[in-house]
Every structure is written in C-alpha cells, then in structure tokens.
Design a protein around this ligand. Sequence first.
Ligand code: MN
Length: 201
Amino acid sequence: MFTLIDLPYAPDALAPAISAQTIGFHHGKHLQTYVNNLNALLPGSGLEGLSLEEIVVKAEGGLYNNAGQTLNHNMYFEQFREIPGQARNDEKGANGPTGALAAQIDKQWGSLDAFQAEFVAKGGGLFGSGWVWLSAQADGTLVITQEPNAGNPLKKGLRPLLTFDVWEHAYYLDYQNRRPDYLKALWPLVDWRVIEARYGK
Ligand code: MN
C-alpha cells in the first residue's frame, strides 16, 4: 500500500514560481489519484511487495503509468525547497551544484547556464504531456532525456536525478500556455543537495 508523500515545505512556500493553488491540485488531487490507482491495480499483478522503483522497472500498461506517475511526482516535489528572500531571483539555483555533480556538468556542458538552457529547451520542446529528466549512466555520465506521459528513465536503465513536469496540470493555472517561463522559474527552487544525493547513490 503506497501513500501520498508529505511535502517538505508549506503549500505556499514555492510561490510565486509555483502557487499554493497549483500545489493543492497537483499534490492533493493529481498525485493522490495516481497513488490510489496504483494501489487499486497492484493486487494480482505479481508485483505486490516490491519497491516503487522495482515496480516502475517491471510493470507495463496502466500499472506502469500509475507507478511511474507516483514515482515521478515524488521525485519532482521532493527536489524543491523554499528559498527565502532575494535568493528567489537567483536563476542558477540559490544553492547550486557542487562536488562530483558540478564537475560532471562542467565537463559535459561547459557551464551550469548551458546545462540549464538545454534542459529548458528539451522540456519546452517535448510534444504533449511528459517529463524532462537529468539522469546518470552507470559510469556517471549525465544525460538529458524527454520522456512522454509517465516515462521514467529507470525503464532505460538510467538513474534519474532531476525532473521538471511538463504536463499542463503542472503549470497551466500559473502560466497558461507559457511552458518555458514555468520551466525557467523552477531553477531557484531546486535543492541541489537532493540531486547530489541521488547522483551519489
Ligand atoms: Mn504532474
């Protein structure tokens, strides 16, 4: 039995980049529905008792869609943190990447700016609903992928690190059709310590 995660911040903590109204619908309604569907589809699937990650790797069809959406949203919401005051205006992320992850980004993209530009371009360019991901390969090399619908890079043998949700429900209340504006506004909210922990695992 899976349960809805608690957010590690108040519903209004990410405003104005993500409003409390969007958080309320996105976490309280959309994610709750994916969790409910996952729990309803698990009995008899042969995957009962596995971790959410194991289910995502093994499931197909409706079970994959709901397990994937549950894991994707858990990773999305848990990668953000409240940034006080002026730091909200720091588009690089108030607590940017450090250590091995920062070195790998510099090695592959030359700068954090260049990485962020490619990530936003790939999120903006994804046709329809889905997710843009930063993942690691087994050798530590980083890759940005566009995953439609409930797609999670675990399915491709990658280790997912960072994701921006580009389903319209993630941004339409706050940005209407302006998906790139929404994507750019997320950077100051990213808690790079969370991303580094995922990379270091
Ligand atoms: Mn979503």
